[in-house]
Design a protein. Structure first.
Length: 256
């Protein structure tokens, strides 16, 4: 079984490819969050994987919070448990975070991997040019194939990455993450909005509601997946002052 979380398709693509090669069941954390599903049955499967993006040099914080409370049933002894993190460059403390979460559940992480893919946090960074995105995706394909080989051989692996200084990690945890979670006031829509309701449908936290045909963010508990921004068919959804001047990104190899 492979559980995955994805806003723009990078992690979904990785999860789908790993699942197809390992004949594993796929389970969307986005859907589980949306439907408030609080447990999963591994059904004695000898393989259990977690695939998600990194935010702020750690695993996506909404996913970490979800996994902390998720009840995972029927994990067999000797189950190979792995994590794959998609990131722009560094996965930061993601492996440490999920290892600690699983340890509290009496489970041991067997391996962790990272796959570098196009970064899409456009409220802060511009998107890479299309040719650079394609180059990164081509490189990611090779990396992902290697990850799949390691999973098939049940390799025990850790991610080699430079950790941030402790003060920076503390600052992100205490300031950046709460700020992003509560910054739904920074979302807005321009005149291109057609009221299609896609944003409401895909929001994993059920924050978005259409009022008078326009999306409204109803509470401050954002997962920061940016799915609403990148997948809006009219590029109508904006965040702050920078996103009107940037493009949008979804992984071209997956259907969202």
């Amino acid at each position: 079984m492979i559980l995955y979380f994805s806003g723009t398709g990078n992690s979904k693509y990785c999860a789908e490819k790993i699942a197809s090669k390992s004949d594993s069941e796929l389970c969307s954390i986005n859907d589980m969050m949306k439907k408030q599903i609080a447990e999963v049955d591994v059904k004695e499967n000898p393989l259990l994987g977690f695939v998600c993006p990194t935010y702020n040099f750690n695993m996506a914080y909404a996913v970490a919070e979800f996994l902390e409370t998720l009840v995972i049933r029927n994990v067999p002894d000797g189950c190979y448990i792995f994590a794959v993190f998609t990131c722009g460059r560094s996965s930061g403390s993601a492996e440490e975070t999920i290892r600690n979460i699983l340890s509290k559940k009496g489970m041991k992480l067997s391996a962790a991997f990272k796959v570098e893919m196009p970064d899409n946090y456009i409220p802060m960074f511009p998107l890479a040019e299309k040719d650079e995105q394609m180059r990164m995706l081509e490189n990611a394909e090779g990396c992902l194939n290697g990850v799949i080989e390691d999973i098939e051989s049940r390799k025990h692996a850790t991610i080699t990455t430079q950790q941030m200084p402790a003060p920076m990690r503390f600052l992100i945890k205490k300031t950046a993450i709460p700020g992003q979670r509560k910054a739904t006031k920074n979302f807005w829509v321009n005149e291109n909005c057609i009221g299609c309701g896609l944003c409401e449908t895909i929001c994993p936290k059920n924050l978005i509601r259409l009022q008078d045909g326009k999306p409204v963010w109803t509470k401050d508990d954002c997962a920061c997946c940016l799915g609403c921004i990148h997948r809006c068919p009219k590029q109508a959804i904006q965040y702050g002052k920078k996103t009107e001047k940037t493009g949008r990104y979804t992984n071209p190899n997956v259907t969202l």
